[in-house]
Design a protein around this ligand. Structure first.
Ligand code: GDP
Length: 511
């Protein structure tokens, strides 16, 4: 919902000038004309400035959350363990994953094409599977991946077991120690198996690795400790059955269980746009079962699940906990590392409206805060200058060095439909910002945006601003290729807002 500035003043029962004054001080002068239409988020912020509490009804606060833990987890079926392979660079993580992945294809159905979707599943040898109920192991594909950091930052524990790879010819290295630190922190939730790798190499020194790990407080079983170790070669495949055995044993001890039916809870591991399918995302299911037709939400993105495929390119009709499948049917591209929840179509719609609204409010707040912060800095700078002048001192050079050499510039190249409007746009867009970041018009002319405009803009590092003009696809492609931003609109104040946003992005980040 929206309200004009004039109407908001009437609603708040205040003078228009008072509201405009407040808007100016909140960095919203560009929107302060009486007929400017404000979104409800800005209106709420302004109402709060006047000490009014905007009404937030329950409906507007609706959101979806993961279901609470099951009251009786022992009654749930087992789910495959989720395993991450970690270790120092070049110690053989990728090779190990590739070999494990190809063994999964060999035992899986024929005809599939292996795809990197962020995770794959390896069946456990049947003798063991019967014994302990662990049927397969899910390996996460891309450790050190953005999704990982995002999930960790959220405190999400997706990994059940870490395989710490240490090359037998290289030993404990800096990233090995990083993984060890991480393991020590997560000891309660994660079990560990050490894979001493590259044992096929003539220079392999297994004993030296065992001792080096002991120094790091990693007591291997073979040294009388409690952490299992296997000797493997990712290259030859030697010792891999042993690795799978050890993982399934650890999984059995952990007794990993999850709801195999009901609404899905999981995470997006990867996402991308695929021609013909639109946005697709790999969903790692942790609880519940995912099936085509389900409605899911991830951040501010939604999908009605269309096609699901596993890492062998096989179509999947039912994804149970521990499985990772690519999902098509998204209306927009979700972010890797974000939580996925299934719900009814109407609940997802309600949650989406509110999540997007929250995002808008946060953006609006950030805008206002950025402008206020830079104004504050400007005031402090002036006060310091005035104080220094009053004291009759020349400012010492050290403190001058702290100040930026001048404002960061947002250079603009204006293209408008007629010369009258070119002048108006130039007047409106010149000098938006402050001493830290400022817009500067470096050229303005009449006519559609051309390829030569793009090349000029590239040469001087400018943004092209188009007012009521057109550009063709060739021009847009050229601009994209040369990273020349083009901003167009047919409404002057919208252009001003767009430029203001870009100027704000140039502001230094203050914490
Ligand atoms: P990552 O950086 O940990 O993913 O390591 P890679 O899997 O890329 O391996 C680094 C190098 O070590 C590559 O040249 C691999 O061929 C080699 N390598 C990996 N595993 C083995 C192994 O088991 N034996 C031998 N001899 N070489 C290996």
């Amino acid at each position: 919902s929206t309200v004009s500035v004039g109407a908001l003043a009437r609603l708040l029962n205040i003078r228009l000038e008072d509201l405009q004054e407040k808007m100016y001080h909140s960095g919203m002068e560009a929107q302060s004309s009486f007929d400017h239409v404000l979104t409800s988020d800005y209106a709420v912020l302004l109402a709060e400035e006047f000490g009014r509490k905007p009404i937030v009804n329950d409906e507007a606060a609706f959101d979806l959350y993961p279901p609470p833990p099951h009251p009786n987890p022992q009654s749930l079926p087992n789910r495959p363990p989720i395993v991450t392979i970690m270790g120092h660079v070049d110690h053989g993580k990728t090779t190990l994953l590739d070999t494990l992945r190809s063994s999964s294809v060999a035992q899986g159905e024929a005809g599939g094409i292996t795809q990197h979707i962020g995770a794959f599943s390896v069946p456990v040898p049947s003798s063991l599977a019967n014994e302990n109920g662990v049927q397969s192991i899910t390996f996460l594909d891309t450790p050190g991946h953005a999704a990982f950091s995002a999930m960790r930052a959220r405190g999400a524990h997706v990994t059940d077991i870490i395989v710490l790879v240490v090359a037998a010819d290289d030993g404990v290295m800096p990233q090995t120690r990083e993984v060890i630190e991480l393991i020590k922190k997560d000891r309660e939730k994660v079990s560990v198996v050490v894979a001493i790798n590259k044992v096929d190499k003539p220079g392999a020194k297994i004993e030296a690795v065992q001792k080096a790990l002991l120094v790091e407080d990693i007591h291997l079983e073979e040294m009388g400790g409690d952490i299992p170790a296997v000797h493997v070669s990712g290259l030859t495949g030697q010792g891999l059955p042993d690795l799978l055995d050890t993982i399934s044993l650890l999984a059995e001890i952990q007794d990993i269980r999850a709801e195999a039916s009901g609404n899905v809870f999981g995470y997006v591991l990867e996402s991308k746009v695929v021609q013909g399918l639109g946005p697709i995302a790999t969903v790692l299911v942790l609880r519940g079962a995912l099936e085509p037709g389900a409605h899911i939400i991830c951040g501010t993105h939604q999908a009605r699940v269309r096609l699901m495929q596993d890492s062998n390119g096989q179509t999947v009709k039912h994804a149970s906990p521990g499985m990772a499948v690519t999902v098509s049917g998204w209306k927009s591209l979700p972010n890797a590392g974000d939580e996925v929840l299934e719900a009814s179509e109407s609940d997802i719609k309600r949650a989406l409206v509110n999540r997007k609204r929250k995002l808008d409010i946060n953006t609006a707040m950030a805008d206002v805060e950025a402008i206020n912060a830079s104004r504050q800095q400007e005031r402090e700078r002036r006060q310091a200058e005035a104080a220094a002048e009053a004291a009759g001192q020349t400012t010492p050079t050290e403190t001058v060095v702290e100040e930026p050499a001048g404002p960061k510039e947002l250079r603009l190249l204006i293209k408008a439909d007629v010369s009258g409007s070119a002048e108006a746009i130039e007047g409106a867009l010149q000098g938006i910002g402050n001493h830290l970041a400022l817009s500067k018009v470096i050229g303005s002319s009449v006519g559609d945006i051309t390829e030569s405009d793009v090349m000029t803009a590239k040469a001087v590092g400018a943004t092209i601003v188009g007012f009521s003009v057109n550009s063709n696809r060739a021009v847009e492609i050229l601009a994209a290729r040369n990273e020349v931003p083009i901003v167009t609109n047919t409404i002057i104040y919208r252009l001003m807002e767009q430029i203001k946003e870009r100027v704000i992005r140039l502001l230094p980040v203050t914490y």
